[in-house]
Design a protein around this ligand. Structure first.
Ligand SMILES: Cc1ncc(COP(=O)(O)O)c(C=O)c1O
Length: 474
């Protein structure tokens, strides 16, 4: 997209600098940060600007203020990540559809408090800007004459996506891209194009339940590869799996993972491409959450290290621009012919009006600013919900400290069954997402995913209610 480079406000640029120094360990937890006056002199900025930057850092939980003393790097409460290091399991059939239907139904139930829904709230979407563009397009003659669209998608949107991919270090042409109806369709097309019923695929575990749903529908068996809450899929176990089973594809949600919040480190991404190449197994990369990072820079993609066309890259605008539009894309690499045929057979092409609107929005230069706003908001929401879980849940609860997205993965005390908890909470109008839905093998019966997308401080009382219910079951 045509990115108009605008200068960040001074306080935000200082905020970023201090935050990255903290993230990189330049300042340790509990250490005093430079005083407001000293920073003002050093950086040539006003006292108001320095105060604003520190207030923002305080708000997102990175620093604490001690009256009459100054600002200090926040000490995070004793943090232990959930345990996800289960051993590899033999290929298994998937049986998640009933639960998936329940959870999807909850997301549309307005009477529920949405702690389970992995969807963005309306105020995190650029709805007025999209509406303006949409109205303009509806009034223009060109769209009235061009209603059918094509299987590969509208040229203007593919052009915008090719430019975006260039920023992610992937040189692709618009012709290498197919527009899809969301990321789920992209992933469906990828699996359906390279696998037959009964084949085996390797997926990270826990795995976003939409993927397990697709695999169940396609009759594909699953080998679950453990994933770490910080670094994602375990490459040693994956290599072992590829050596010992006939695997047709590997699926990873590479950045700001749903549900773990993990991001695969760049070195591991390179290694993943090498390992998959060695066994000649395609990687299906789901990067639909990749823009929701909390770090300074956009995490890399697995695709950017792929020289052989062996990575099938899938993404969408559902999380960041609008789930209503449900527009995504796939870059199938060397599998483009199979995928294009499959797409045409399924629905001829995705809705044109949404595609043209998105293309104009991306071209308008508003996207980057919007992304900065929502990243900041989600990082604050996640931090607040994380603190509330640590405050209100009983001992033997572990929770992830996500690097992006809006999911928190919570491991409850061993005796607590998250599905029992789900039904109890539903009676009092709170929705959660039970861990059982993220696996084919009952690995996460005492886990749940909480979504912070709708969270604000005023809702902490409901996290307390949730914690109290957990205590009763523990
Ligand atoms: C990791 C992941 N992949 C894919 C999807 C589906 O994306 P879409 O709504 O664009 O089909 C989601 C949606 O929640 C997701 O979290």
């Amino acid at each position: 997209m045509a990115e108009k480079q605008k200068k960040l406000p001074k306080y935000l640029s200082l905020f970023n600098d201090i935050k990255s120094q903290i993230d990189e360990g330049f300042y340790s937890p509990g250490e005093k940060l430079p005083s407001v006056r000293k920073l003002s002199e050093m950086r040539g900025l006003s006292i108001t600007t320095i105060n604003r930057a520190y207030q923002e850092l305080e708000f997102c939980g990175c620093v604490t203020v001690l009256p009459q003393s100054g600002y200090y790097v926040a000490i995070q409460p004793d943090y232990k990540p959930p345990q996800t290091s289960f051993k590899i399991t033999d290929p298994q059939s998937v049986d998640v559809i009933k639960l998936v239907n329940l959870v999807f139904h909850d997301t549309t139930d307005q009477s529920l408090l949405q702690f389970g829904a992995g969807i963005p709230p309306a105020d995190m979407l650029p709805i007025p800007q999209l509406n303006k563009i949409l109205i303009k397009i509806l009034q223009s003659k060109s769209i009235q004459q061009n209603v059918t669209g094509t299987a590969e998608g509208h040229a203007s949107l593919r052009e915008q996506i090719a430019r975006y991919m260039f920023l992610l270090n992937s040189k692709v042409q618009p012709d290498d891209i197919l527009i899809t109806s969301g990321c789920n369709e992209a992933i469906y097309l990828a699996f359906a194009s390279i696998c037959q019923p009964g084949d085996h695929v390797a997926v990270e575990t826990p795995c976003y339940f939409g993927i397990l749903h697709i695999l169940q529908v396609l009759g594909i068996k699953v080998i679950e590869i453990p994933a770490d809450p910080k670094t994602g899929i375990d490459l040693d176990v994956l290599e072992f799996g590829l050596k010992h089973y006939k695997v047709k594809a590997v699926y990873v949600n590479s950045n700001c993972n749903n549900p773990l919040g993990s991001t695969i480190p760049t070195e591991n991404k390179k290694e993943l491409v090498k390992i998959a190449g060695k066994f000649n197994v395609p990687i299906i990369e789901d990067d639909s959450t990749g823009e929701l990072y909390f770090s300074k820079n956009r995490p890399s993609t697995v695709k950017s290290f792929d020289k052989e066309g062996n990575v099938i890259y899938c993404s969408s605008f559902s999380k960041v621009i609008s789930p209503t539009y449900r527009i995504g894309w796939i870059i199938p690499g060397k599998y483009i012919d199979q995928v294009a045929q499959m797409k045409q057979a399924i629905n001829v092409g995705s809705a044109t009006l949404q595609q043209v609107t998105l293309a104009e929005y991306l071209d308008s230069g508003q996207y980057e600013r919007h992304l900065r706003r929502i990243r900041r908001a989600y990082s604050q929401k996640v931090r607040l919900m994380y603190d509330a879980v640590l405050n209100y849940f009983p001992d033997q609860t572990y929770v992830t400290n996500p690097q992006g997205g809006y999911s928190l993965w919570v491991q409850l005390p061993p005796k607590v069954n998250a599905l029992d908890l789900y039904w109890k909470l539903k009676k009092i109008k709170i929705s959660i997402c039970p861990g059982a839905i993220f696996t084919v093998d009952h690995k996460y019966d005492n886990h749940l995913r909480l979504s912070a997308s709708f969270y604000s401080n005023e809702l902490s009382i409901f996290v307390k209610t949730l914690g109290d219910e957990v205590k009763k079951l523990a």
